[in-house]
Design a protein around this ligand. Structure first.
Ligand code: AMP
Length: 375
């Protein structure tokens, strides 16, 4: 067991690491963060901010030598870096989890081979293969880069075979996958955690609304029938157990109009759709990650009150600094800002969480509070 007072190493330095560091420091741990950037969201909270490239393996080794365990908040770290770190400290979740989740093709192949439900997909490396895939899967379909994609980056929708060539060009001729376009009823996700001894906890299914491929609103709990919630949790548990995850993992699903669940994506770390747990759950997803990677017993995931989360993107700053006092005037709304200096368009700068008697009321409140920021 890695006990309070020990130092935790975090690969990556964004808002997920920041909220992890807040949870860790609250419990008396020290935190070192590693990324190529400086004055980062995580670095502002951590005891030490190590600035080096992820592929600087000597720097990774030096970082790992000074911590009791390495975890991450950014999964696009190379296997070589994970191996270098694991020479000196356990890496949790393990490199194989990262390797599977960070690459869509490996992820989808792993899921399909293990009997988990996914949308039909095909590997594509040339125009010829793309045309065959379009013929098999049908239109509309979505072409996605196989590796290193997030928040809809490297995706394009194909509604007819004539668009194949342009779509491939947009992706820049990389390895890709073509996936059936799912006309979903809604999107949901389950954030869960698994400990070293195999204990499993989950936060239940939450409903997610995306805008321009980026998460916009999460509502907890999701307004879905209890049997769909149970099925989503059971699938999530299966994924964590099959992969042998130690830590937190989020599984994102499409719920089709026929009531079928299909996994869209997995993320081997705390997830944007679990940010509400910071304010609304007995144990946040960040504390849960800490407990799991330290070998401590997991905490209760009980939802204290229904909640809704709204992301604050850089776009909100277009007319100047948002009116924070106006959001704080909503006494059941919590304001989270990540300490990022440049409010670029589409950049996640912070989020709001509203707590209320019902999920609908929480959603209405969080939307109103966000609108008040720029009113
Ligand atoms: P991703 O980066 O793959 O998670 O995609 C981001 C968002 O794009 C998803 O949350 C969906 O809203 C949308 N999307 C991605 N793939 C599909 C698909 N096959 N069918 C319909 N919508 C999709």
């Amino acid at each position: 067991m890695i006990l309070p007072g020990s130092t935790i190493g975090v690969l990556g330095s964004g808002q997920l690491g920041r909220m992890f560091a807040i949870a860790a420091r609250r419990m008396g741990y020290r935190v070192h963060t590693f990324s190529p950037d400086q004055d980062t969201p995580t670095g502002q909270i951590a005891d030490e901010e190590i600035i080096a490239a992820y592929d600087d393996l000597d720097a990774v080794r030096a970082f790992a030598r000074n911590v009791s365990v390495v975890t991450f908040e950014f999964e696009n770290v190379s296997s070589a870096a994970v191996e270098a770190a694991s020479e000196f400290a356990p890496v949790r979740p393990g490199g194989h989890v990262l390797h599977t989740s960070q690459h869509r093709l490996r992820e989808k192949t792993f899921l399909a081979n293990n009997g988990f439900p996914v949308a039909p997909f095909k590997r594509v490396t040339s125009l010829e293969e793309l045309l065959i895939a379009i013929d098999e899967i049908g239109c509309p379909a979505v072409l996605k880069t196989a590796g290193f994609g997030y928040d809809g980056k490297g995706q394009s929708k194909i509604t007819s075979p004539e668009q194949a060539q342009d779509a491939l060009k947009t992706l820049g001729q990389q390895e890709a996958i073509l996936e059936a376009f799912i006309n979903f009823e809604r999107e949901i996700s389950v954030v869960a955690a698994r400990s070293i001894d195999g204990a499993f906890v989950h936060y239940g299914a939450v409903a997610n609304e995306h805008r321009n491929h980026i998460l916009d609103i999460t509502v907890a709990p999701a307004p879905i029938p209890p049997e769909v919630n149970q099925e989503a949790v059971a699938i999530t548990r299966g994924v964590l157990e099959t992969l042998g995850v130690v830590g937190v993992m989020c599984v994102e699903f499409f719920l089709t109009r026929e009531g079928k669940l299909l996994i869209n994506e997995t993320a081997p770390r705390p997830h944007n759709s679990g940010h509400f747990t910071f304010d609304a759950s007995l144990t946040s997803q960040f504390e849960q990650q800490l407990r799991a990677v330290c070998g401590l017993p997991l905490g209760s995931t009980e939802l204290l009150r229904p909640a809704a989360m709204a992301n604050l993107l850089g776009d909100l700053w277009q007319g100047g600094e948002p009116n924070w006092a106006a959001a704080c005037a909503f006494s059941n709304v919590k304001v989270h800002l990540y300490g990022k200096l440049e409010p670029r368009k589409g950049r996640k700068m912070g989020h709001l969480t509203a707590l209320a008697a019902t999920a609908e009321e929480a959603e209405r409140l969080v939307r109103e509070a966000r609108a008040a920021l720029t009113a």
